[in-house]
Design a protein around this ligand. Structure first.
Ligand SMILES: Nc1nc2c(c(=O)[nH]1)N[C@H]1C(S)=C(S)[C@@H](COP(=O)(O)O)O[C@H]1N2
Ligand SMILES: [Mo]
Length: 534
């Protein structure tokens, strides 16, 4: 028996070894439970990385479902309803845990029982995973990884308890803990194993859910919209290098949300509840939403946190179901001045009911630039309301809409000091040349974008060292989109300051006074310095 003599406390005087039999069973059970826990969780994580239904426990569970008789399946569905899968997984977990504890206690006498049990779990898992029709040989990998992790934990915890390693150990170990047992040392090792199991289990679950959501998204077919948007006019995009395209591609679209991990929602599992101050509560699933008449619209999304000259703005072509129609079906109480929309992760947005109902193209969007919404941008369904900053209009991973009042409820960012109402402010940005650029003498293309969603841009001016001059506007798509502009500057040698300002269709010019984004959007003229080489 290999004892770690350096750190071992001496057995307390007067405590005969047999008094440690109770604790021995607890330590044995804990070793069994933790080894199995690490095996299962690491297997889950490996399966999350490999993909598919290759997690050992899931594969064993799925095989068990397929093999179980029809009467048992229908009994389970009758008894547990839609929770039948969750109950099954919990049941498998419980059985594995109880077996692991029993085997763990047995390993005090017979250490090799633990090795046999872990290898058996891995073999069963591998066989079940490879046997699934959708899987290949690679599906065995997570089970192999799980077995190795389980065995490693088993021998590590035995060492921490002062027990012989499973291979060197013989039956003579007995049911009591060795005198060298150090509780602190074992608890630390046990906590490490528990932590490893928790982290890898959660990471595995996250990866698997993400894979499910991606697969769900890949299978989605968005029907042709009943109300098609004309293509943006040819002149809407000036095609100037360094000026982004008129429609922002999905992979270049800014992303702002509070989600540490992108929520994974499948189209199949999605439902939306419309409730609160309505005549009739509604609940719809994804196919029902897609079966409604859909509309297609170009809408420029902007974040309230966008500083002057910032990048938190993008223009997309969205397809979705008109939100006002849905609310009319639910019958909104005239007193309900706020629509609170909620994401699957609990994030909330408060939108004025009057704005959504005023005829603008507020929608429950399902597609972005010709594809189902990307996961990062709210798959399967998000809200889009032209003219309002994202935090008061653009709920991603939308699952719940409640009609209420502004008096009764403050949404996520409002509780943190941002304004309850936040229409997008008229703003503009210089995209080329860049701040501090050095350009050549002669004609220099100065270009950028301007936006005043739902009012429209009617004029953009550029100032060179304080003298304002008109620019050429690109063709307007709609009043809900941004507008590109260009100005050809005859640059003279030296240092110069360029600024831009926009005027919207109401005749109002953007606010020149600089203000921070909080609490309702930044103001000020985007200003850059450039050097013209002589
Ligand atoms: N669920 C959820 N939806 C959300 C947010 C969020 O944090 N969580 N952020 C909002 C904010 S502040 C903005 S600006 C837009 C950004 O949308 P995008 O990431 O698709 O560009 O999403 C809005 N919708
Ligand atoms: Mo935002």
């Amino acid at each position: 028996m290999a004892l770690n003599t350096s750190t071992e406390p001496l057995p307390a005087a007067g405590h005969p070894p047999q008094e440690r039999e109770g604790p021995a069973a607890i330590v044995g059970g804990a070793i069994g439970l933790l080894s199995a826990g690490v095996a299962v969780s690491v297997g889950h994580l490996a399966a999350g990385l490999v993909g598919g239904t290759s997690s050992p426990v899931i594969a064993i569970g799925s095989t068990a479902i397929d093999a179980s008789p029809e009467w048992l399946k229908s009994y389970a569905i009758r008894t547990f309803g839609t929770n039948d899968k969750a109950v099954l997984v919990a049941g498998i977990g419980l059985v594995v845990a109880i077996l692991a504890i029993i085997i763990g206690v047995i390993t005090l006498h017979r250490p090799r029982a633990g090795v046999v049990a872990l290898v058996a779990l891995g073999t069963l898992g591998a066989a079940a995973a490879v046997g699934r029709p959708e899987n290949g040989l690679g599906a065995a990998v997570p089970s192999i990884v799980a077995t190795v992790a389980g065995l490693g934990t088993f021998s590590r915890l035995r060492r921490a308890a002062g027990l012989p390693t499973p291979v060197s150990g013989t039956g003579e170990a007995g049911a009591s803990l060795p005198p060298s047992f150090d509780r602190r040392r074992f608890l630390l090792a046990g906590a490490g194993a528990a932590g490893l199991a928790a982290v890898s289990g959660l990471a595995g679950r996250f990866l698997m859910r993400r894979a499910e959501a991606s697969a769900s998204r890949a299978a989605v077919r968005i029907p042709a919209p009943a109300d098609v948007a004309p293509l943006p006019p040819a002149g809407a995009d000036l095609h100037i290098p360094d000026l982004g395209p008129f429609i922002t591609p999905n992979d270049r679209f800014y992303r702002v949300d509070t989600a540490l991990l992108v929520p994974s929602v499948t189209a199949e599992g999605w439902t939306l509840r419309v409730h609160g101050m309505v005549r009739e509560e509604l609940s719809l699933d994804y196919p029902t939403l897609l079966s409604r008449p859909l509309m297609e619209r170009d809408v420029t999304l902007t974040c309230v946190s966008n500083p002057v000259g910032g990048r938190y703005i993008g223009n997309g072509r969205w397809i979705g179901a008109p939100l006002a129609d849905l609310l009319r079906e639910a019958g909104v109480d005239p007193g309900a001045d706020q629509i609170v929309s909620r994401s699957v992760d609990g994030f909330t947005v408060g939108t004025p009911t009057a704005v959504v109902m005023d005829g603008r193209d507020a929608m429950l969007a399902v597609a972005m630039n010709g594809e189902p919404l990307p996961l990062e941008h709210g798959f399967p369904v998000r809200m889009i309301v032209p003219g309002l900053y994202g935090y008061v209009s653009a709920t991603k991973w939308l699952v719940d809409i409640e009609l209420t009042t502004f008096g009764a409820y403050d949404a996520y960012w409002v509780r943190r000091g941002w304004a309850q109402q936040a229409p997008i402010k008229t703003e503009s940005r210089i995209d080329t040349p860049k701040q501090s650029a050095t350009v050549a003498v002669g004609p220099v293309t100065v270009a950028g974008v301007a936006w005043a969603q739902h009012r429209g841009i009617s004029r953009v001016e550029v100032s060179v060292d304080g003298a304002w001059q008109p620019t050429r506007l690109a063709a307007q798509d709609t009043i809900d989109t941004w507008r590109q502009w260009v100005f050809v500057w005859d640059a003279t040698p030296g240092d110069h300051t360029l600024a831009v300002r926009a005027t919207d269709d109401t005749g109002a010019t953007q606010t020149a006074t600089p203000a921070d984004p909080a609490p309702n959007g930044a103001t000020g003229d985007h200003t850059i310095s450039v050097t013209v080489a002589g």
